[in-house]
Design a binder for this molecule. Structure first.
Ligand code: FES
Length: 108
């Protein structure tokens, strides 16, 4: 079951990256080109921490081997053949929300 979960009370005040933990998953929130994005913090290539990476021209760049993933779609750059998990994010007057599937162990 997909649901919107409030993850922050306020937007980050600078362009830095924030990492949160939700249902045991590490999720990064980045600000780039006037938009906020949420995506899995674990790099699909070899597991590096993408919250230590940086945004460039609409991509999150992994700090270890410099692979790039589209912040909008999660699609890896040409030739990589991989995807990063991204999460829908919405900003409302009372906070920042991420859409995520409730894990099976919380549905019971
Ligand atoms: S671990 Fe991220 S590009 Fe290799």
């Amino acid at each position: 079951m997909m649901q919107w979960i409030k993850v922050l009370d306020n937007l980050p005040e600078n362009d830095g990256m924030i990492q949160i933990k939700l249902y045991g998953k590490k999720i990064s929130i980045a600000y780039n080109q006037n938009t906020y994005y949420a995506f899995a913090s674990t790099c699909p290539h070899a597991g590096a921490d993408l919250s230590r990476g940086w945004c460039k021209e609409g991509y999150i760049i992994c700090p270890v081997h410099r692979y790039g993933y589209c912040l909008k779609t999660g699609k890896g750059k040409a030739g990589q053949g991989d995807y990063l998990r991204t999460y829908p994010l919405k900003i409302e007057a009372h906070g920042v929300f991420i859409q995520i599937k409730k894990p099976w162990w919380m549905i019971w």
